[in-house]
Design a protein around this ligand. Structure first.
Ligand SMILES: NC(=O)c1ccc[n+]([C@@H]2O[C@H](COP(=O)([O-])OP(=O)(O)OC[C@H]3O[C@@H](n4cnc5c(N)ncnc54)[C@H](OP(=O)(O)O)[C@@H]3O)[C@@H](O)[C@H]2O)c1
Length: 286
């Protein structure tokens, strides 16, 4: 039987993970009280209304043993985030001692935005607030929980991807010429599943596919496969030559990911976006 999990945050990744395998029937996930009960019909797991920043809602977390997967992002202030993590971790240790194992979904944004090859052993400090918040979160959770960390690049997949944006007439992301590290949401969920089953695997793993590439190049590739699907606003993409502008040589290593033996279903953007070229268009978010 699959293990018991508690997924903190049934967002894009959390929902994909919830659907990945038939988790044990004691498993659960959380959503913010404002999304409850509307979310219930979309989820295969029992859903607990929970606001991470409201101590009064922590009691809602089930008491039985579960492996926690934390997908909720940090509070965007270093001191507030530190205080919050200390308070929540101490509460969990006292009131939910059976949930001592936690897998934290961090980000490759923890690595400096400078040229270089960045591995999980890189000791350099982050150079952005979001990176610092992630590092702080990893460190503080590691003091209390039996911790595994996954650091994904940009997460994409069904209903949330660059090709959806462009077909909806939305603009390209900023810095489209810089190489982006990405991972398909299904492969990320499969990696997390593997780490849950094998706690002996390395406790920190970068989750990026085998081909970092500027978003512009990915967009051009998609546009060439389906030239008639583009909104007028983005037709310029088709005309733009596929020249390689000079870009930052920043490479995030996925050697450790490869050493786990996990074979990515979407090893590069081509496999990933090929599966997304013809998906129905989302309603735009308000
Ligand atoms: N998307 C990317 O490209 C990317 C890349 C690297 C790392 N990450 C990180 O990986 C994690 C998972 O990504 P994702 O794309 O699945 O993010 P997501 O869809 O935004 O999911 C995050 C979940 O956390 C919930 N949440 C946020 N604040 C909360 C709070 N105070 N209390 C309770 N729940 C709260 C959100 O609820 P609501 O929906 O109600 O806000 C949502 O369900 C996130 O930490 C994200 O920052 C994302």
């Amino acid at each position: 039987m699959e293990p018991t999990v508690g997924i903190l945050g049934l967002g894009y990744l959390g929902s994909t993970l919830a659907r990945l395998v038939p988790w044990s029937p004691q498993s659960w996930g959380t959503c913010r009280p404002s999304s409850y009960p509307a979310i219930l019909s979309q989820q295969p797991l029992p859903v607990v209304p929970f606001d991470w920043t409201q101590a009064s809602s922590w009691e809602a977390l089930p008491t039985q043993s579960a492996i926690l997967i934390l997908t909720i992002p940090p509070i965007r202030d270093l001191e507030a985030n530190r205080n919050h993590l200390r308070q929540w971790s101490a509460w969990m240790r006292e009131h939910r001692p059976a949930c001592s194992r936690l897998l934290y979904v961090s980000t490759t944004g923890i690595y400096p935005k400078r040229a270089g090859v960045w591995t999980e052993d890189t000791g350099e400090e982050p150079d952005s607030l979001s990176g610092e918040l992630r590092k702080q979160t990893e460190d503080l959770l590691g003091e209390v929980f039996d911790l595994q960390v996954v650091r994904p690049g940009g997460i994409y997949g069904p209903k949330r991807n660059l090709w959806q944006r462009l077909r909806n007439g939305q603009a390209m992301p900023t810095s489209p010429h810089q190489p982006t590290h990405r991972i398909h949401v299904e492969d990320l969920a499969r990696l997390i599943h593997l780490l849950i089953l094998k706690p002996e695997l390395p406790s920190c793993i970068n989750a990026v596919d085998h081909q970092p590439l500027p978003s512009l190049r990915v967009a051009q590739w998609c546009a060439k496969q389906r030239p008639t699907a583009l909104q007028l606003e983005n037709h310029g993409l088709l005309a733009e030559p596929e020249t390689d502008l000079p870009f930052l040589e920043r490479k995030i290593s996925n050697q450790r990911l490869q050493s786990t033996g996990l074979l990515l279903r979407y090893p590069t953007y081509q496999e990933g976006y090929h599966s997304l070229l013809d998906e129905p268009l989302n309603q735009l978010r308000a």
